[in-house]
Design a protein around this ligand. Structure first.
Ligand code: NI
Length: 200
């Protein structure tokens, strides 16, 4: 059976996302985008392209506040605002949520009527901005069922993707969307996952 991995891109869309979609299309590789509602509003055509090209759209809240620092009504507002914008622009309701900074607790979990999707492979792309490092960190840490965290607001990350996908495929990994990664597995609302079968 093939090893699967989910490539995930946070904080966009940005002016670099169309180039990323070009790379993913050339490699026939799906990804999942944890986008901010406020950025989705600036790139409606990019959202529609993601849908047409088989990518998954997820919510990273409206404007990237740490949900653990908000009141219940503020948390609900962050989630509902982003979901409404993404649904309105793309026709797709974002059925999974990635909380900013991975920050969540039992109160946050209870208020989110969707699985919370975290990650087990952190490329630290925002910190080093080095395409070669994105690929080398990911290849060192990846295993079957992994969720890889990257950010499509950095050009260096977009540049890393062709080589990363090539190396993953060479190692026998099939890139899939988050929904595909969890297909046939428990994948429940108000529950945080760091990889397939791993709850946090
Ligand atoms: Ni983020």
């Amino acid at each position: 059976q093939a090893k699967c991995v989910a490539l995930t891109f946070d904080d966009g869309p940005s002016r670099h996302t169309e180039r990323l979609l070009d790379h993913l299309a050339a490699a026939d590789t799906p990804a999942t985008f944890y986008m901010l509602g406020q950025n989705a509003q600036k790139y409606p055509q990019t959202l529609r392209r993601m849908v047409v090209e088989g990518h998954q759209l997820g919510s990273h809240t409206h404007d990237h506040k740490a949900l653990t620092s908000l009141s219940s009504s503020q948390i609900t507002h962050e989630i509902d605002t982003a979901a409404a914008i993404i649904k309105d622009l793309s026709g797709i309701y974002p059925n999974t949520v990635r909380p900013p900074y991975g920050a969540h607790n039992t109160q946050v979990d209870a208020l989110i009527d969707a699985p919370l999707v975290l990650w087990d492979v952190d490329t630290l792309d925002w910190k080093h901005r080095d395409p070669a490092k994105v690929a080398s960190i990911a290849m060192q840490e990846v295993r079957d069922g992994s969720i890889i965290l990257m950010h499509d607001i950095h050009e260096s990350t977009v540049k890393a993707v062709p080589e990363l996908v090539k190396q993953l495929k060479r190692q026998g990994y099939t890139p899939v969307t988050v929904d595909e990664l969890f297909d046939g597995q428990d994948f429940n609302s108000s529950t945080a996952y760091t990889s397939r079968n791993q709850i946090r």
